[in-house]
Design a protein around this ligand. Structure first.
Ligand code: NDP
Length: 273
């Protein structure tokens, strides 16, 4: 039986999710469809009612609804309740269950490339919604220490408190202070929105050690200034598209209960960037 899925958010026109999921359906000869559905801020309740009426089988949630959507769930899995945000929903005869696949999506490239997180010293730039899912991932994988650097110190502080609460040794600082000595970090992640509009890297990467892993979660453009600077220093790179792909693969598997065709989804994504 064919199923229907959607991604909801605003703006939504440039979402890459319809491409990625449609490619997966084609690859597996599934007659499913996946649409982008614009729901402006303040209209989420009506939007969800409309989705229920058409008996949507599942949907992804993106900016600005990832937190507010929690209110409309009947059930949620552990990732969703710990992170406090939802990006994937299943609809089982009107019962909505929420998941957060950003954390698994973020961790996926580490697993694929066999890069250890356990006992590593980590620097995370940014303290927004995506950073919260990432912190949860680092806690799960038992990182040794996490430094959170952010433009607004207060936001870094509250994320560090959250990290401590879930068992991760963490401290907070500013972007200016942290760039002075980066040689101490094994893994450096950009989870700010800097780079989306081709801005310069949020910090200079002059002082990183060459064997460090540098991960930018911005996926468009693929080669941000942050990534370019890391490449110049010889670091091992993880691209934002790898996280995007990881979260889509996990959502596909939750909805369809079968293994996602990773390579077909990757091809659709890279063709579209
Ligand atoms: P939020 O709006 O929740 O957080 C934005 C973060 O960026 C905050 O830490 C904010 O700092 C910082 N920031 C924004 N503008 C500036 C600036 N001019 N200078 C310094 N810091 C700045 O966004 P999300 O956490 O939801 O998403 C962040 C980015 O990650 C987005 O660009 C999104 O596209 C990307 N993303 C990628 C995913 C993937 O699959 N690859 C998945 C999810 C997100 P402050 O606290 O000071 O405001």
């Amino acid at each position: 039986m064919s199923k229907t899925f959607a991604v909801i958010g605003d703006p939504i026109d440039h979402s890459l999710s319809p491409n990625i999921h449609s490619a997966a359906f084609r690859e597996l000869n599934l007659e499913n469809s996946y649409i982008a559905y614009k729901i402006p801020k303040g209209e989420l309740k009506e939007g969800i009612e409309a989705l229920k009426k058409i008996k949507i089988d599942g949907f992804n949630v993106t900016i600005p609804h990832k937190i507010e959507m929690m209110k409309y769930l009947d059930k949620m899995d552990e990732t969703c309740s710990i992170i406090g945000a939802v990006n994937t929903v299943t609809n089982n005869e009107g019962i909505l269950k929420g998941y957060n696949t950003d954390m698994d999506g973020f961790l996926d490239p580490f697993k694929k490339k066999e890069i250890q997180i356990k006992d590593k010293k980590i620097l995370l730039l940014g303290a927004g919604g995506a950073a919260r899912a990432i912190v949860t991932g680092f806690a799960k994988e038992k990182a040794r220490h996490l430094t959170i650097a952010n433009r607004t110190l207060e936001n870094a502080n509250s994320l560090a408190q959250f990290a401590n609460k879930i068992g991760l040794d963490a401290n907070a600082t500013t972007l200016e202070k942290v760039e002075i000595n980066l040689a101490d970090f094994d893994i450096i992640v950009n989870a700010t929105s800097i780079g989306l509009k081709n801005e310069l890297s949020p910090i200079s990467l002059e002082t990183i050690k060459p064997e460090s892993v540098v991960y930018d979660i911005i996926y468009m453009p693929m080669n941000t200034d942050f990534i370019k600077k890391a490449k110049e220093k010889g670091a091992k790179i993880i691209y934002g598209y790898e996280m995007l792909l990881g979260q889509a693969v996990r959502a596909f598997e939750i909805w369809n209960g079968i293994e996602a065709p990773y390579n077909a989804m990757k091809k659709a994504l890279l063709g579209g960037v």
